[in-house]
Ligand binder design. Structure first.
Ligand code: NAI
Ligand code: MG
Length: 367
């Protein structure tokens, strides 16, 4: 069997800085745990534009289709703000998501005890929080036709269409139930079946798919109530399954329950490849942070935790993913903080590479 393959796309701004720390961690798993990966690296976003005048070269796209997992840093930055829409750095990321058909976007909201004070909610509401939002990513109102701005009588009308096929709902639902099987065995599906036909179909299909997973408890909630419940009592949830639009909003809301943008990983998964692994792209939720780029201040944890998700969802290394997450937890509990995690004066922040090194030290201590 060949080693599993990873394509690293560091991108722009702090992307290369946080990815350098992930490279150390990948090397650690090779040296100390015998988990060897074939790692290649390429350009995306502004970095790709500088070389190819395109935010993602065709060769890079082809490579992304072949590897077991893509790890992406971040794209964009002020240097590229004036570019034509068609070659903007963000288009590189959109092309990856679209051509790899990554329909299931996983956004965990997990509260590390050491950071519970960081939440905008009371500590006891978020301490120990561990939920996963599964957002359908390739359909729904962001893509549905007809769309546009048309003239009607003497005014203009803006139109977007929420549209979901049964198969689109089914594959997103399966991905949520599969996840729940590895977690707390609960799925809460959120739509607005009270006012939207697409929501009625969503609920029907999710209920049918749920019959294949008798061990998983399924509940349904209207998305507006879901938003309320997320800030009232988020720990009631395990996996939340929702569509593209509601998921965009609910996942941002859930993310902020846990503190800094520098802590938030994500995975986008598609259909299984021939080897049984899903097509997969892992990336931190944050952007290229031009305000701190090049200063060694970026928090690499979001990117490190994205690699932990890769270990779990692409490489079937759940125990090693747990090990990496525990190492991050340990470092935070020891009080190691990048600047974005400093709640009070008087604590010296560590640099990006010092944070990466601290995680490595904690990993060493775990074996
Ligand atoms: P951003 O996420 O880059 O930054 C927002 C704020 O959070 C900034 O103050 C930044 O310093 C801070 N921050 C973000 N990540 C951090 C980290 N790891 N450690 C410490 N602090 C961190 O979002 P913003 O400023 O709206 O966008 C900047 C650029 O990034 C834009 O060009 C935007 O288009 C792009 N972007 C790219 C994304 C991606 O690659 N997936 C996602 C969001 C934005
Ligand atoms: Mg958003």
């Amino acid at each position: 069997m060949p080693n599993p393959s990873i394509l690293i796309l560091p991108g722009d701004g702090i992307g290369p800085e946080v990815m350098a720390e992930v490279r150390k961690i990948i090397a650690w798993f090779g040296d100390k745990r015998g988990l060897r990966f074939d790692v290649s690296e390429d350009l995306v976003g502004g970095a790709a534009y500088d070389k190819h005048r395109l935010p993602l070269a065709d060769e890079t796209m082809a490579k992304a289709q072949e590897v077991d997992a893509v790890l992406l840093g971040a794209v964009g930055g002020p240097a590229y703000d004036g570019l034509d829409f068609s070659v903007k750095p963000e288009r590189g990321l959109l092309r990856l998501r679209k051509e790899m058909d990554l329909y299931s976007n996983l956004r965990p909201a997990q509260c590390f005890d050491a950071l519970a004070d960081f939440s905008s909610l009371k500590k006891d509401i978020v301490a120990g929080l561990d939920i996963m939002i599964v957002r359908e990513l390739t359909s729904g109102v962001y893509f549905g036709e007809p769309r546009g701005i048309i003239e009607e009588g003497n005014e203009r009308v803006g139109i977007n269409t929420q549209r979901y096929t049964e198969s689109e709902i089914e594959r997103a639902a399966r991905s949520a139930f599969e996840l729940a099987m590895r977690r707390g065995k609960k799925v809460c599906s959120m739509e607005k079946a009270n006012v939207m036909e697409s929501g009625i179909l969503w609920r029907e299909v999710v209920t049918r798919v749920g019959k294949d997973y008798p061990e998983v408890g399924l509940s349904h909630m209207y998305a507006d109530n879901g938003a309320m419940q997320l800030v009232r009592a988020p720990k009631q949830f395990d996996v939340i399954l929702t569509d593209n639009l509601f998921g965009d909003i609910l996942s941002d809301c859930a993310a902020m329950l846990t503190g800094s943008l520098g802590m938030l990983p994500s995975a986008s998964l598609g259909a299984p490849m021939e080897n049984g692994r899903p097509k997969a792209l892992y990336e931190p939720v944050h952007g290229s942070a031009p305000d701190i780029a090049g200063q060694g201040k970026a928090n690499p944890i979001a990117c490190i935790l994205s690699f932990a998700m890769a270990l779990r969802y692409s490489f079937d290394q759940g125990a090693e993913a747990d090990r990496l997450e525990a190492a991050v937890e340990k470092v935070l509990a020891d009080g190691v903080r990048t600047a974005d995690l400093l709640a009070s004066e008087g604590v010296e922040p560590v640099s990006t590479s010092q944070m990466g090194d601290a995680v490595i030290t904690a990993l060493d201590a775990s074996i």
